[in-house]
Design a protein around this ligand. Structure first.
Ligand code: MG
Length: 389
């Protein structure tokens, strides 16, 4: 077997085992992790149909859940307005491309949003005019607040904190992967707004940028909005804002503009692997309730095991009482099975015992139920446990 095949195989074995076990598999929830390791109660990730990558000749397609801000249709200009006065913009759509008309002012989307994955492609004029900040200058303003610089820096040095994909006035890009003027450049941006509570910064907000597939900003913390010549200070942003594109006097062109809203961060009440103790307790109670509800649709051992599983997330006297009574009934029934028929019950007995072992190992129940010892005795008498090497 090739070495590279091993991790995939190990992963698929784990997944199959987790599915077969239901719960009682990986380490249980704790004070800051509402889910167990490999928890099948955890929601499956939302299905998204991926899009296609762009070529110079043709823009790609967005993923299925993207919100399109400009996809090449002339009528999509109506999603944008003049930032100056809210009137229809004088920017134009030519050959399915949105183009800045110098002197007409910034544009902004009618739509407002905040944390997002943003994709935007731009092309500086192929006729090179000017230098430094005067050449193919525009800018993408997330929430209308912070500029990811658009600038033709192909063989065109400028101040680094104002170069293409800099967080303008805050942080230079880590690299300059620009193509020649006239060619299409793509920005893939992950934006997280600053979060303030009671005037205190909880999270500075971050921007990550890939330029033509090359990482140029790696989770760069924001310091306010940035700006020209003046050092900006951390500050709260509004809850939402428009996307703005700059008119800096150059006829820069844009295509294939879309975004995907991002789920909330843990600091903002989002559901992450690690959460605050308070949020974890609330989530564990919610998960336990869902499992108990699921158990009402089940019968027999399946119902009993599901109720035991719910106790891994939150205590519940009724669920515990029902499950303990059910496991006692199960033991009584197994003890009544004639010795020559007991082999047919091996699967059930092993499954229930594994669950009880898990509950004991992680001290989920205050006391180990007597049923566990009785089932262990049946397993030992029948020599069902694989011998330890
Ligand atoms: Mg600019």
């Amino acid at each position: 077997m090739k070495r590279s095949a091993l991790p995939t195989l190990a992963l698929s074995l784990l997944t199959t085992a987790a599915l077969a076990e239901g719960g009682f598999y990986g380490d249980p929830p704790d004070a800051t992790h509402p889910w167990a390791i490999h928890d099948m109660n955890r929601p499956q990730p939302v299905r998204v149909e991926p899009g296609t990558f762009s070529s110079q000749e043709k823009p790609g397609t967005p993923p299925s859940d993207a919100i399109i801000l400009f996809g090449g249709k002339p009528e999509e200009i109506e999603k944008w307005i003049s930032d100056k006065n809210g009137e229809p913009t004088k920017w134009v759509v030519k050959d399915n491309v949105l183009q800045c008309v110098p002197g007409s002012g910034y544009i902004r989307t009618k739509e407002e949003f905040s944390d997002c994955q943003l994709h935007i492609e731009w092309s500086a004029p192929s006729k090179v005019e000017g230098n430094s900040q005067g050449r193919g200058n525009s800018g993408v303003f997330l929430m209308g607040q912070v500029e990811v610089q658009v600038l033709d820096n192909y063989n065109n040095p400028s101040y680094p904190d104002g170069m293409a994909s800099s967080i303008y006035g805050i942080n230079p890009p880590m690299a300059n992967p620009l193509r020649a003027p006239g060619e299409w450049q793509s920005y893939d941006i992950v934006f997280r707004r600053p979060i303030f509570k009671d005037g205190k910064e909880i999270d500075p907000g971050y921007i990550t940028v890939f330029v033509n597939g090359v990482l140029t900003q790696d989770h760069t913390p924001l310091e306010g909005g940035g700006g020209h010549m003046r050092r900006s200070k951390p500050r709260a942003f509004p809850d939402q804002g428009p996307l703005k594109i700059q008119d800096h006097g150059n006829p820069v062109r844009f295509r294939n503009i879309w975004y995907r809203p991002l789920p909330k961060r843990a600091v903002d009440g989002g559901e992450y692997s690690r959460m605050s103790e308070e949020a974890t307790a609330a989530k564990r109670a919610e998960i336990a309730k869902g499992i108990r509800e699921d158990a009402t649709k089940l019968e027999g051992n399946a119902k009993m095991l599901r109720l035991f599983e719910s106790l891994c997330y939150a205590e519940n006297a009724e669920a515990k009482e029902f499950a303990l009574a059910a496991v006692n009934d199960f033991v009584a029934a197994m003890k009544a099975v004639p010795a020559d028929k007991i082999e047919s019950k091996k699967g059930e007995i092993m499954q229930v015992t594994k669950a009880l072992r898990y509950l004991a190992q992680f001290k989920i129940l205050a006391e180990e139920p007597a049923a566990k010892q009785e089932l262990e005795a049946i397993i030992k008498a029948n020599d069902w446990e694989p011998k330890k090497k």
